[in-house]
Design a protein. Structure first.
Length: 353
């Protein structure tokens, strides 16, 4: 730490991203990326846009926003595109949380919520999940704090029903309820359809998972127009050109090819089913994940041992040290071939144990 680092950040513990090895020697099942390449239309449009990189990108992201809004059946004024959905989460913490509007989120959830709260000096509460790793919606009824819930939750993969989300939104009319739907396309129901009823609801999604564009950094938020305007105030006060023109163009190409993305999601669902079945046979227990990852614990081998043994065999999964979940590993669903390699490696590890 330099002597110049502001004392307000001295105790900040930054978010730790999953390992991103630069070579392809690993089967990479650790950061919930899609195993499939982006749509060819996205690649083509990004390459065309690269010819114009001497110009700034469109700060309003107009074309992409209009196409996306049309697909979501909302007004374009209700959508804000961001540099990954991490950015819209950051905007929401900055725009709506302060001493009088503290944040609340589950104790086991996306690690960035806590980092954003600490970065912006926002008081926050972490509500424990139930012992089966589900969220108890009653914990959030009338809580009078700004609520951040990943739905489906990560790293558990378990979703709340839309009716539970509706109860939470309805009982906290003076607070923001942000539903982070990074993994919604793999089997959950989006809360976007509740937006016309609740002006305190924000739904965020990403192109990183179901749309195979993690490296492009593209996400978005949908909410009522006033909320989007507030977040735009933050955007124009931090980084007006938050999305680069290649990513914008890739996003348009990607949306022109939604069938490709949907087919990939269906394939991942099938592969998830296969993996769950095989892992049960090997003595694992898993949460009921409806995402592109599973959260698995072995009956007698520790989470760290599984993680290390897999890494030694060239397979990367994600292990979290947090006490409550240290027996588990989060495993991204890759291609059938990758998951067969995972199952074979696990069989070998267990046989040798
Ligand atoms: N929300 C959740 C629950 C996530 O797991 C992630 C990915 N790490 C994100 C948001 C952010 O993803 P991105 O910034 O790539 O859109």
């Amino acid at each position: 730490m330099s002597k110049f680092f502001s004392k307000k950040h001295k105790s900040l513990v930054p978010y730790v991203p999953g390992e991103q090895p630069k070579n392809s020697e690993y089967i990479k099942l650790n950061t919930n990326e899609s195993p499939y390449p982006p749509s060819k239309k996205a690649i083509k449009r990004a390459a065309e846009a690269a010819k114009w990189l001497q110009l700034y990108s469109d700060p309003e992201c107009s074309l992409l926003t209009s196409i996306l809004a049309r697909g979501l059946k909302v007004a374009k004024e209700q959508v804000l595109m961001t540099n990954g959905s991490d950015e819209i989460l950051n905007f929401a913490f900055m725009a709506f949380c302060d001493d009088e509007h503290p944040a609340v989120f589950p104790d086991i959830s996306y690690g960035f919520y806590k980092v954003f709260a600490e970065l912006h000096n926002i008081p926050y509460t972490e509500i424990p999940l139930k012992s089966d790793f589900t969220i108890n919606p009653d914990d959030y009824i009338g809580i009078n704090k700004n609520i951040f819930i990943a739905n489906p939750n990560a790293p558990t993969g378990i979703a709340l029903s839309l009716s539970d989300i509706e109860k939470i939104a309805a009982s906290n009319p003076d607070n923001i309820v942000l539903i982070d739907e990074a993994y919604v396309d793999f089997g959950a129901e989006s809360a976007i359809k509740l937006l016309h009823k609740y002006n305190n609801l924000i739904v965020t999604q990403t192109f990183s998972k179901s749309r195979s564009m993690a490296g492009a950094r593209l996400g978005f938020g949908v909410a009522c127009e006033d909320i989007i305007n507030d977040m735009n105030t933050i955007k124009y006060s931090t980084n007006p050109y938050n999305i680069n023109s290649m990513t914008m163009a890739a996003g348009v190409g990607c949306l022109e090819d939604e069938k490709y993305n949907e087919d990939n999601c269906r394939e991942i669902q099938k592969t998830r089913k296969y993996t769950v079945k095989e892992l049960y046979k090997l003595g694992f227990t898993m949460t009921d994940s409806i995402t592109n990852f599973i959260f698995a614990k072995h009956e007698y081998i520790s989470g760290t041992e599984i993680y290390t043994a897999l890494k030694n065999r060239g397979i990367l999964v994600r292990h979290f040290d947090k006490e409550k979940i240290k027996d588990y590993n989060r495993i991204t669903i890759g291609t059938k071939k990758q998951m067969t390699a995972l199952v074979d490696a696990l069989r070998e590890i267990i046989a040798q144990y």
